[in-house]
Every structure is written in structure tokens, then in C-alpha cells.
Design a protein around this ligand. Structure first.
Ligand code: ZN
Length: 343
């Protein structure tokens, strides 16, 4: 009951990359970088296991950013000439690569870190990929054409590539493949119209567990300001949950800790496993086990006990390593307390 998992990313050690940044620069190059990524991955596997986590991830130590890590292995993308673009409906600016031609994988994207992680943990292994709609929102398009139609075409093109990599990750022994779709909380109608279909294309043919992570973003200032402007009730999940309930995706995440999401929206996910966010990634304050168990208790009004996974609200990438470690420990202690309370 209540297995514990992270959303995906963890902070990078200061010998690997700049710290507390969303797009950090690597500190070393070439073979040295490859070794440093491997070392950081092993370090976080051990830290997660020591904290008592049930579902382990690679902490996304081998990618600079959760979307651009994938795009680096796609041909048809100009990574040399990045342009400034407002992303997530202009919530903040990012330097993004440009799509300039037909999209094709250059080869495997995440084989190195997935196989490394698989060889070093016996626990359930989750691996994350960006979702098609979120990718489309994090690149500039110079090829697929203006408007909704171009966006949909591009999303399905990316979905095919994601599917190739996802099937290969499954063959590597990954137990859960998660697609990250924060864009679902921004373009709610489009998410319900075609975002979920593109997601299902990305997950087509997978026999391992599949998951989708939808959140209110990392704890950066632009996201904090956005959340403060969303009012007393955050109903963004309301449009996409019914489409996800009907989909083939097994697990769905949502933000619960310190969020204003009305938890009765969970009724819309009937039958799905739910990754309940019980760790706030926008605050350095460490949650108490009581607070976490209380949040799990509230979600249990709407989610079956055997379908609840205790998770972080979002990735921990821009946080300090020390805070992230403490948050992992809090997460497992909180889940343990919830098991005592609700079993
Ligand atoms: Zn997130």
C-alpha cells in the first residue's frame, strides 16, 4: 500500500552541472561528462534506496532539461540556433531549438542511463520521457506550419519517435514509462481534444506500466506567480482527467501538497492508479510525516487504497541537493505513517 516514487528529476551534484537552475550548464565535457552523469545516477539510486523509496528513477541526471534531453537525439532539429520563445502560454521565456525538417531519431536516446539504472537496482524502475504536447510547446517550429493543424502534426510526429524509444526502454527492463505533460494544465481543451491521443500514440504497444505526469511546474518564480493568479480553486485537471480515464494510460499524477486542486476531481480518474503529490517542490520547508499522511488521507476519500502512489508534486531538479534528500526521507516516512493509519 502507498508505494513511494518521485515525479522524475532530482538536483544535479555541483561537480556535474550548475546547481539550482532549470537549464544548467554541464561542468565537464566528453568522456568525463559521461562518467560524471553515470556517477550522479548511481548516487541518486543509492540515495533513493536508502530513503526507502519503492519506485526508483535515474533522477534525469543525464539530460540538461526534461524536454531538450530527448530532442538532442532527434534529427530535423537545429540545436545550434536556439531562439527565445514564450512557453506554457507565454508564462516564461526559454531558449528553444528549432524544428527545421522531418523528424527522425538519430539512435537510442536514453539507453545508457536506463541500462545503468536497471543494472543497479532491484526495485521497480520508472523512466520519464517528455509528452508530445509538451515537446511541441518547448520547441520553435519552422517546418510543420502555423496554427493548430501544424501543432497536431508535429505532436504525432514526436509521438512516433517517443514510442520507438519507449519500446526500447521497456526492452531495457524499465517497469514504468512515464510521459511528462505539464502542457495539459495549460492548454486544457487541446489536451482533451488531441493531447491525450498523441500521448496514447507515444505509449502504443507498451506492456509495462504507463504513466502521465501533469503538474503546475517546477518551483521557479514564474510558476509561483502563475499559481498565485489561479484563484482559490485550481480546476485545470477537470478537462483532461475524463479523457485520461478513457485512455490506455495506467497511472496519472496530480499536485496535492499545498495546491488548490479540489480533490473531488479525483473521481474523474476512476479505475486509474493515482500518483498523489505529497511533496511541495516550490518550498524548501520539509514536510512532516503527519502532513503527508493527512494529504494521503484526503485523497483516499476518492482513490482506492491499492491505487494510490505517494509521489512528489513535480521534479526536484532546481532545488538544493540537501533539501531534496530530506524531502525523499519525509516522503517515505509520511507514506509509512499513512500505512499505519489507514491499513
Ligand atoms: Zn512536473
Amino acid at each position: 500500500m502507498f508505494p513511494t516514487a518521485i515525479a522524475g528529476s532530482l538536483p544535479k551534484p555541483d561537480w556535474l552541472a550548475e546547481t539550482q537552475k532549470l537549464w544548467p550548464q554541464w561542468k565537464v565535457r566528453g568522456d568525463e561528462l559521461k562518467q560524471a552523469k553515470a556517477d550522479a545516477t548511481l548516487l541518486w539510486i543509492k540515495t533513493q534506496e536508502d530513503a526507502g523509496m519503492d519506485i526508483i528513477g535515474d533522477g534525469e541526471q543525464s539530460r540538461q532539461h526534461f524536454v531538450h534531453g530527448f530532442l538532442e537525439q532527434v534529427s530535423g532539429i537545429d540545436f545550434e540556433n536556439k531562439v527565445k520563445m514564450g512557453i506554457r502560454n507565454n508564462r516564461y521565456d526559454a531558449m528553444v531549438p528549432q524544428v527545421t525538417g522531418p523528424l527522425k531519431l538519430k539512435g537510442r536516446v536514453h539507453a545508457f542511463e536506463a541500462q545503468l539504472a536497471r543494472a543497479h537496482t532491484q526495485r521497480l524502475l520508472k523512466f520519464t520521457l517528455p509528452g508530445p504536447m509538451t515537446i511541441v510547446d518547448t520547441v520553435a517550429d519552422r517546418f510543420y506550419g502555423e496554427g493548430e493543424e501544424g501543432r497536431i502534426k508535429m505532436a504525432f510526429a514526436f509521438a512516433e519517435l517517443l514510442n520507438q524509444e519507449a519500446l526500447a526502454l521497456q526492452a531495457d527492463g524499465v517497469d514504468i514509462i512515464q510521459f511528462d505533460e505539464p502542457a495539459f494544465n495549460v492548454y486544457m481543451s487541446e489536451a482533451a481534444d488531441w493531447g491525450v491521443k498523441a500521448l496514447e500514440r507515444a505509449a502504443q504497444g507498451l506492456t509495462c506500466k504507463t504513466a502521465v505526469h501533469i503538474c503546475y511546474g517546477y518551483g521557479i518564480q514564474a510558476n509561483v506567480d502563475w499559481k498565485n493568479a489561479l484563484g482559490q480553486e485550481w480546476r485545470q485537471y477537470e478537462k483532461v482527467f475524463p479523457a485520461l480515464a478513457k485512455s490506455s494510460i495506467d497511472q496519472v499524477s496530480l499536485e496535492c501538497m499545498h495546491s488548490h486542486v479540489p480533490l473531488d476531481l479525483l473521481k474523474l480518474l476512476e479505475g486509474k492508479e493515482v500518483m498523489v503529490g505529497v511533496i511541495d517542490v516550490a518550498s524548501d520547508v520539509i514536510e512532516t510525516p503527519e502532513e503527508i499522511a493527512d494529504t494521503i488521507g484526503k485523497a483516499l476519500q476518492f482513490v482506492a487504497k491499492n491505487k494510490l502512489i505517494a509521489c512528489t508534486n513535480c521534479g526536484l531538479a532546481p532545488m538544493s541537493r540537501h533539501v531534496a534528500e530530506q524531502k525523499l526521507n519525509a516522503l517515505t516516512k509520511g507514506a509509512e505513517l499513512a500505512r499505519q493509519r489507514f491499513s
